[in-house]
Design a protein around this ligand. Structure first.
Ligand code: ATP
Length: 231
């Protein structure tokens, strides 16, 4: 058996003296989508920050393709193939769409043409400053920017939050296309169980900083979803 693309084992993390993660186990396989779920404040963003080394883990291990990430600075993790689409998008507002995309570029299958193929709207707005884009367009830009780094693992933190339904549908469609056509492993945080169920292969549920359930997403029964997610 080959190692998972991403493998977290018993990860714990602190903000100062306050512990936020108490033991997170999670895997993402190449070419598959893992949904990271849990109610507000249960540690989803913190888990992502720990994977990207924006927050050090105190104990446990994070492996990418069998290589331990602990101790590496965030830019090294990015260079090893972790593309993050952070909560809140964080595009560089004064830069144009083209500049946002090319600033992040690394050689590989993803370049401007392929990003525009995925999000044609970005192609129409290459010279526009990112700060003047709509929320949905900024989200597309944030995903495009992460793809331009040619990652092996793409992490999306609440990529559809705050967007209008039609734009959300466009983002979900793009995620489905990425899953079918890119071969990337994808780790997805989102509140919409229905949309997650349609695209994810597996799921991990966090409760108070611990992974309390993991399995195939179709095995997540309504009872389990109600007890862990309150839906
Ligand atoms: P949400 O769905 O609301 O984004 P989440 O599952 O992503 O929630 P986290 O943001 O990871 O949850 O928060 C996990 C815990 O860590 C919470 O108790 C939160 O208050 C705490 N926390 C998050 N960020 C910080 C910080 N910068 N400093 C201190 N505590 C923090």
């Amino acid at each position: 058996m080959t190692a998972p693309l991403l493998d977290l084992r018993g990860v714990t993390a602190l903000y100062g003296s306050s512990q936020a993660l108490f033991g997170v186990d999670l895997t993402v396989e190449a070419g598959q989508v893992t949904a990271l779920m849990g109610r507000n404040g249960m540690g989803k963003t913190t888990t992502i920050r720990t994977i990207c080394r924006l927050l050090p883990n105190r104990a446990g291990e994070v492996f990418l393709d069998g290589h331990e990430l602990s101790g590496l600075p965030p830019h090294r993790v990015a260079r090893m193939g972790v593309g993050l689409v952070p909560e809140g998008r964080r595009c560089f507002a004064p830069l144009t769409v083209r500049e946002n995309l090319t600033a992040a570029a690394r050689p590989g299958a993803w370049g401007l043409d392929r990003v525009v193929g995925l999000f044609p709207r970005l192609g129409e707005r290459m010279a526009q400053r990112a700060g003047t884009l709509s929320g949905g367009e900024q989200q597309m830009l944030a995903i495009g920017r992460a793809l331009m780094t040619n990652p092996r693992l793409l992490i999306l933190d609440e990529a559809t939050e705050g967007l209008a339904p039609t734009v959300r549908a466009e983002i979900w469609q793009a995620i489905g296309t990425l899953k079918r056509e890119s071969g990337l492993g994808i780790l997805l945080v989102d509140k919409s169980l229905r949309e997650l169920s349609a695209v994810a292969d597996s799921a991990v549920i966090l409760d108070k900083g611990r992974s309390v359930w993991a399995g195939r997403i179709e095995e997540l029964s309504p009872d389990l979803a109600a007890s862990w997610l309150g839906v």
